[in-house]
Design a binder for this molecule. Structure first.
Ligand SMILES: *[C@@H]1O[C@H](CO)[C@@H](O)[C@H](O)[C@H]1NC(C)=O
Ligand SMILES: *[C@@H]1O[C@H](CO)[C@@H](O)[C@H](O)[C@H]1NC(C)=O
Ligand SMILES: *[C@@H]1O[C@H](CO)[C@@H](O)[C@H](O)[C@H]1NC(C)=O
Length: 190
């Protein structure tokens, strides 16, 4: 399965900044806060400071890493979320609880999320070789995936869509990675 080896691979990259920095000083303890604040200031209408800090803070490695590491963590969380969402859609599809319209939306979202997962995997790969512009394009498409999934359902009014929280989280995690890539592109020496 690509899952296991992929996460091992990712972990290998995440510990590199730590090894490089450890002999010098302890890492900036407020990197998460500073970065989330910068992004919230930059995108005041779409970016949630609270979501950003609460997403990144529980990940232990994010306390000892650099800006690149934070972007990777956001992408890894997005990948984990999107993968879990696919399992959720599978469960919903076989639950027998939904009418034709909702089933159609769910199947549509399944396709979107499958593409989203493969775009996320690719975006992590190109991010690691510092092709930030390609990563940016892919992540923008992932964020678009979430809103396309949601929009399909919005054609019918007055009902709750079982994937709204998933779509919202995926687009916010994508936004965190996109903002950090933007910060890295503006100031590559960070
Ligand atoms: C980050 O911000 C949160 C609340 O916004 C605060 O509780 C925490 O102490 C801050 N952490 C650092 C290291 O500044
Ligand atoms: C999805 O991302 C959110 C926000 O970072 C995180 O709290 C949550 O654990 C993730 N959920 C899953 C199922 O991966
Ligand atoms: C969405 O993100 C929030 C905030 O991190 C989290 O509490 C919630 O469990 C997430 N929902 C899903 C479905 O992943």
């Amino acid at each position: 399965m690509w899952n296991c080896s992929f996460f091992a691979f990712l972990f290998f990259f995440l510990i590199i900044p730590q090894q490089n920095c450890s002999p010098v000083t302890s890492p900036p303890a407020d990197l998460i806060n500073t970065t989330c604040k910068q992004c919230a200031d930059k995108y005041p209408t779409t970016f949630s400071y609270d979501f950003c800090t609460t997403s990144l803070e529980p990940i232990p490695i994010s306390h000892v890493t650099n800006l690149q590491g934070l972007a990777l963590i956001a992408m890894e969380l997005a990948l984990e979320n999107a993968t879990n969402t696919i399992s959720k859609i599978e469960r919903l599809l076989s639950s027998g609880e939904f009418d034709t319209f909702t089933l159609w939306c769910l199947k549509d979202c399944m396709e979107l999320y499958r593409d989203g997962v493969s775009m996320l995997v690719t975006s992590i790969g190109v991010f690691m070789i510092e092709q930030y512009d390609v990563a940016d394009l892919l992540l923008s498409a992932v964020v678009e995936t979430a809103s396309t999934c949601e929009d399909g359902f919005k054609e019918r009014q007055g009902e709750a869509f079982p994937l709204t929280a998933q779509n919202d989280n995926l687009s916010q995690l994508g936004d965190i990675a996109l903002c950090i890539i933007n910060l890295l592109s503006v100031a590559p020496s960070l």
